[in-house]
Design a binder for this molecule. Structure first.
Ligand SMILES: Cc1cc2nc3c(=O)[nH]c(=O)nc-3n(C[C@H](O)[C@H](O)[C@H](O)COP(=O)(O)OP(=O)(O)OC[C@H]3O[C@@H](n4cnc5c(N)ncnc54)[C@H](O)[C@@H]3O)c2cc1C
Length: 319
């Protein structure tokens, strides 16, 4: 049995260490080796932490066709890697691109795939995979008997934990042939991605429909985020209203964040929103409805009108 975590990019995505932790614990419980296949410059960052997380082999794929991390080249590389190494469990840290690549890799390998996974247990030949379903409203356990499975892991509820004993991973360069691969779809307008990423922010001030207007959002959420040295984000409801760009959306179909502080103003706390922020160390909620779902997650809550509270917070922080 071989367990492999698949990663690519210029740097490591948030949640990588949590995914490595789950991969190592699963591999160790089954007496299996943990391989980490990394495509692109992120291999340098991976080399820094692979030993701490008990990786046995750091497998690096480089090819000029992988420079833009196009999905066709990524899927082809990973499929060729799987043909060479023959892993039994192929894991992904469920970033937005992984949502695209994991199912396509499973299709290419003709094996089952489970997305939104947060726990794995092997019993005999059966792998039990626990995943969220219906946008995080419930859990489902899949029992897979196939010899090879692709599993995409949501890391928000996982905690990174280095191995008790560090390893010295072997580094292998894996050759792939991408000469026949042409990206079938070219991105002609990429979403704006200048500056720091919401996924990496230590402080996020987020607004929801409770702010009542884009003007209130601009006047209250953005200045508070700036005063705190953080970033501003929001719920899908206000992205749909056109108040903010979709690159700022937090949640299941937006950004998965894990800040130290997440301040949610006028946000109800729907499970699809919380999927993107429940890993925050501290959630502070401002909602005028004392029964709002957000209070199930918040460490501190202010049951009040956010249009009254936010100006006071801005004043206090500036002072
Ligand atoms: C498949 C799917 C995927 C989804 N993905 C996402 C996602 O990625 N991210 C996301 O956010 N949502 C997502 N949603 C939508 C999600 O279900 C909610 O509809 C959305 O999060 C609600 O946004 P909201 O909390 O801003 O608005 P509302 O649900 O309208 O809540 C507004 C809140 O503000 C409070 N409020 C009103 N006025 C004030 C005031 N003056 N002061 C203080 N509080 C006030 C209200 O009490 C209420 O709790 C998804 C839904 C589906 C079905």
């Amino acid at each position: 049995m071989t367990v492999v975590l698949c990663t690519w990019g210029n740097t490591l995505e948030g949640g990588t260490e949590e995914a490595l932790t789950l991969a190592r614990q699963f591999a160790a419980a089954n007496g299996a080796a943990l391989n980490w296949v990394v495509i692109g410059p992120a291999a340098n960052d991976a080399a820094q932490i692979a030993g701490q997380y008990g990786v046995a082999s750091l497998d690096v794929i480089s090819d000029a066709k992988l420079a833009g991390f196009g999905p066709d080249a990524l899927v082809a590389s990973l499929a060729q890697y799987c043909e060479q190494i023959k892993p039994t469990t192929v894991l992904f840290n469920q970033s937005a691109p992984a949502r695209l690549i994991a199912p396509r890799l499973a299709g290419r390998l003709n094996v089952p795939v489970v997305m939104n996974t947060f726990a794995l247990a092997q019993a005999g030949n059966t792998l039990s995979v626990t995943a969220t379903a219906f946008g995080g409203d419930t859990h489902v356990v899949y029992q897979l008997a196939a010899p090879v499975k692709v599993i995409s892991v949501v890391t928000t509820s996982l905690v990174a934990e280095a191995a008790a004993t560090a390893t010295t991973p072997a580094r292998r360069d894996i050759a792939v042939d991408l000469s026949a691969v042409e990206e079938r779809f070219k991105v002609t307008s990429a979403p704006r991605a200048e500056g720091p990423r919401l996924e990496d922010a230590e402080i996020i001030v987020s607004g929801g429909r409770g702010l009542a207007s884009a003007a209130n959002y601009d006047a209250l959420v953005k200045p508070l985020a700036e005063a705190l040295g953080g970033m501003w984000g929001g719920s899908r409801a206000i992205v749909d209203e056109g108040w903010i760009d979709s690159s700022r959306q937090v949640g299941l179909t937006g950004k998965i964040t894990r800040p130290g502080l997440y301040l949610a103003a006028g946000i109800s706390g729907a499970s699809q929103h919380m999927a993107g922020c429940s890993a925050a160390k501290t959630i502070v909620a401002i909602n005028k409805d004392k029964d709002a779902s957000i209070y199930r997650y918040a460490r501190y809550g202010i049951v009040a009108d956010c249009l009254d509270v936010l100006p006071e917070l801005i004043k206090a922080i500036k002072a």
